[in-house]
Design a protein around this ligand. Structure first.
Ligand SMILES: [Zn+2]
Length: 209
């Protein structure tokens, strides 16, 4: 049994670990989590335990992200890896301070504005190309090569939300092909060209029934 300092008893006390509900305030939002805490055997109050307290905060942040629709650390990491970037290279590409990805991927709560840009990086391949054109020279030659390969690769993961968009785009594409082909409808021909060009820019392979 571990002895810990209890602030309530103002003494070293035997302790045990038990589940306790606790409320955290994360960015003005109350987050209630139930996690393991170290309890004083004498007074039953929670005592300080670095490991357990870190885990609690971690869980509060996870819950906050889930509640507010922010990306979780492993999702941020997955987006970065999709582009074959190291943590520092990804930060350079986005114009962020070098340790930003390291912090986010190890559980720090991300800025809402950063979260939005990460989603855009995930969903908008055209924008990723633009970023590369703008900031690519800040990366090492090796990182530039890896990123270029990832951008060119057809294996770039199409995210779930994007899959829905691709399906919708394909449905529109099929209809346009049908109408444009039937009677040579000029506005449809033009719309078809726009869809084809945009799809190519976004790296989407169109298919029709
Ligand atoms: Zn106590």
């Amino acid at each position: 049994m571990k002895e810990s300092y209890c602030e309530t008893c103002n003494a070293m006390r035997p302790t045990h670990v038990d589940n306790r509900a606790e409320t955290f305030t994360v960015r003005n939002t109350e987050i209630r989590v139930e996690t393991a805490a170290r309890i004083c055997e004498s007074c039953g109050e929670v005592v300080f335990d670095r490991e357990l307290d870190d885990a609690k905060l971690d869980q509060a942040y996870r819950q906050y992200r889930a509640q507010t629709g922010l990306l979780q650390p492993e999702e941020i990491r997955a987006i970065r890896e999709t582009y074959a970037l190291s943590q520092s290279a990804a930060a350079k590409l986005l114009g962020w301070s070098p340790a930003t990805f390291t912090r986010y991927e190890t559980g720090s709560l991300q800025e809402a504005a950063h979260d939005e840009l990460l989603r855009r990086l995930r969903d908008d391949r055209h924008w990723a190309h633009e970023l590369f054109a703008r900031n690519g020279s800040k990366l090492t030659k090796l990182q530039q090569r890896k990123l270029r390969q990832a951008l060119e690769s057809s294996e770039l993961v199409v995210s779930r939300s994007n899959t829905v968009l691709v399906d919708a785009l394909n449905a529109v594409y099929s209809d346009l092909l049908y109408v444009a082909g039937e009677d040579g409808n000029i506005p449809c021909q033009r719309a078809l060209e726009v869809v084809e060009r945009r799809a190519e820019q976004a790296g989407i392979v169109l298919s029709h029934e």
